[in-house]
Design a protein around this ligand. Structure first.
Ligand SMILES: NC(=O)c1ccc[n+]([C@@H]2O[C@H](COP(=O)([O-])OP(=O)(O)OC[C@H]3O[C@@H](n4cnc5c(N)ncnc54)[C@H](O)[C@@H]3O)[C@@H](O)[C@H]2O)c1
Length: 327
């Protein structure tokens, strides 16, 4: 059993990682400032309230927890906001990560797993995006993630800390028992937005552009079930703590779904109408972003188990209907 400090463990991805760490016999300890996370999502281990911006909070947390490893999910992650406030994103995502790494070094942590993003690749026209694709972020969110990756690798190399970087595409779905799920504030992700329309909480879903060079003209994205993502994190952390080598891996399903396909799946799964409104393209939305996930499957000896879009939507729907987070 290992004790893992989970920075951002009250958020969407982090809370599912805590669930699967606990199920694997590890002890997750959440470190979170609840800026976008939820106290109700902390169900699988203790919690320490603190902010990556405050080195004292981190020093106290590491002294109390003495973790074997760190998972780092805490970030600001709204692309449009990052265009408006780049300096805020660099401070939160880079300086915050530097503070975390300095505390991890002082505490003698053995391994760090970092949540990076496909945003590091920018606007590519590649049919499938592998880890060797050029990294050319097209917004400050992506730049700050790329810089945080580099700083984590440098610090880990110097101090002998095992280091794993995961670049996610889009995460979707929820715990199948609906104990936790996706609830961002504000919500910007397509599947929860469409589910909210099906629930009658929103009037319509906006489709931004239907003239892309894709089969139905709408943008195509890769979705990975959050349970698969969480399990990859547990395997990755175990691998690092066992000294099996550092990694930088894409996490995705390797399958693209268009905006229209997502909306149609929500109609089918929920049986509810989903009115849509067609708007013009949004600046900076590439036509297609699909992950080449082969390397992660090989390195981790892992396969997504819930790769069907209908399954992700069914779990998101169950969660949206039954969840009790303070809304
Ligand atoms: N959701 C996605 O589809 C997606 C895709 C690619 C990458 N990512 C990355 O995965 C990570 C998790 O994403 P998510 O969707 O779970 O986000 P989230 O907003 O649900 O979770 C982030 C958590 O970090 C906490 N946090 C933020 N700043 C903090 C700080 N300064 N100190 C302490 N805690 C802080 C928040 O309160 C929240 O609990 C992020 O780093 C994000 O960039 C997410």
């Amino acid at each position: 059993m290992s004790r893992i400090l989970v920075a951002g463990g009250a958020g969407y991805a982090g809370s599912h990682a805590c669930l699967h760490l606990a199920e694997a016999g590890h002890e997750p300890v959440v470190f979170d400032n609840f800026s976008t996370g939820w106290r109700e999502a902390v169900q699988f281990g203790p919690m320490i309230e603190g902010d990556l911006a405050n080195p004292e909070d981190l020093a106290a947390a590491f002294a109390q927890v003495r973790p074997d490893g760190v998972m780092h999910f805490a970030a600001r992650s709204l692309v449009a906001e990052s265009m408006e406030m780049p300096e805020v994103y660099w401070r939160a995502n880079v300086t915050g990560t530097l503070n975390l790494m300095e505390a991890a070094v002082k505490a003698g942590v053995g391994a760090v797993v970092f949540s990076s993003s496909a945003a590091v690749y920018g606007e590519t026209s590649l049919a499938l995006i592998g880890e060797d694709a050029p990294v050319v972020p097209s917004n400050p969110y992506g730049s700050s993630k790329l810089a945080a990756e580099a700083l984590i690798r440098d610090v880990c190399r110097r101090y002998g800390i095992a280091c794993g970087v995961f670049r996610y595409f889009n995460i979707a779905g929820a715990d199948e028992q609906a104990r936790i799920g996706e609830w961002h504030r504000p919500e910007t992700h397509l599947i929860p937005l469409v589910v909210q329309v099906a629930l009658g909480q929103r009037q319509e879903i906006c489709v931004y552009g239907a003239d892309y060079p894709t089969p139905d003209g709408t943008c195509v994205r890769d979705y990975l079930h959050v349970t698969d993502l969480a399990q990859a994190h547990v395997i990755g952390m175990d691998r690092l703590l066992a000294g099996k080598g550092d990694f930088t891996l894409n996490l995705g399903s390797g399958r693209g779904w268009s905006v229209r396909e997502v909306i149609d799946h929500v109609r089918q799964v929920t049986g509810h109408p989903v009115p849509e409104r067609l708007n013009g393209r949004r600046a900076g939305d590439p036509a297609r972003l699909v992950c080449d996930g082969a390397r992660a499957c090989g390195v981790l000896d892992w396969q997504p188990q819930h790769a069907e879009l209908a399954r992700m939507i069914a779990d998101a729907w169950r969660w949206a209907q039954t969840s009790g987070f303070s809304r």
